[in-house]
Design a protein around this ligand. Sequence first.
Ligand SMILES: *Cc1c(COP(=O)(O)O)cnc(C)c1O
Length: 354
Amino acid sequence: MSRFWSDLVKNLTPYVPGEQPKVDNLIKLNTNENPYAPSPKVLQAIAAANGERLKLYPDPNALELKQAIAEYYGVEVNQVFVGNGSDEVLAHAFQGLLKHSKPLLYPDISYSFYPTYCKLYGINQEMIPLRADFSIDVEDFIRPNGGIIFPNPNAPTGKLLALKDIEKLLKKNTGSVVVVDEAYIDFGGETAIKLVNKYDNLLVTQSFSKSRSLAGLRVGCAVGHPVLIEALERVKNSFNSYPMDLLAIKGGVAALQDKDYFNKTCQAIIDTRKTTTEGLEALGFEVVASAANFVFAKHPDKDAAAIFQALREHAIVVRYFNKPRINQHLRITIGTDAEMQALLDALAKILPTV
Ligand SMILES: *Cc1c(COP(=O)(O)O)cnc(C)c1O
């Protein structure tokens, strides 16, 4: 704390991302990165752009990327917003669409960046408890609100809410914006982008960090009614004219074009998720059915924090949240088959000792 800090800064609770340890031969299963490299076409597109052109500013509107996203999802360009990772897109949505006098609603077990944005922007918030099995009951969200947000599939549970339930919510909640954060949708869900032409209060955000192996490039987007998109543009153009650098624009476009590579790597993760779930269950874990690139697992007789520590000693990092209701769970990112086998082997050794 310093006397030079503003009152706002003194009162912030910054988000703490999963660690990026600098350890050799570490098996990193803690931040839901993709174990597979980006498409070779992405790397070619970035290499081709990475020359003298970098002396110039990029297109402030990132039109090429917006057009590629619009074409991919069958929407108009003015229904697409792009940002420096979906975290930035979400931040603009919090400030531009979800800040009202009534509280913003989100699940009690959910992405921990949401309360951080509420603090930063002074947004009233109300957490809605998930059911005991971690599912969302949309009826619980039918109450006075200034906006609703949830990840689908949810993080850190991996649980998917069916599109028909999202539609049920949209039918009943017409007075505020509903943001569906689809960071993990490509690993087993159906995108709510299908509904944006039917509901003018639906905003869907997506990320290129997980299913397109581009966490390091920082590309995210939102799709919704042009009036919602305009709100995001107004915030963006009052904050940073060039959030998308040239490499992110070119790499993002190439990632959308290489559908074969995308389908192949997503399917590999889905297959590995199945074998990992079976392996964990064979070791006695209870595993939440996941539609994401991670699983959320609990051992009925072993302490999650102790397992987490013991795995670290085997150079395997997973994510542990010391929070109510989930402090006996571990969130484990799906890596390659070899990485997941190493995890299962380490757990078999560890479990009798913790
Ligand atoms: C990873 C994640 C994001 C952020 O993704 P970026 O595009 O890398 O900023 C947003 N929401 C959820 C739920 C996530 O897990």
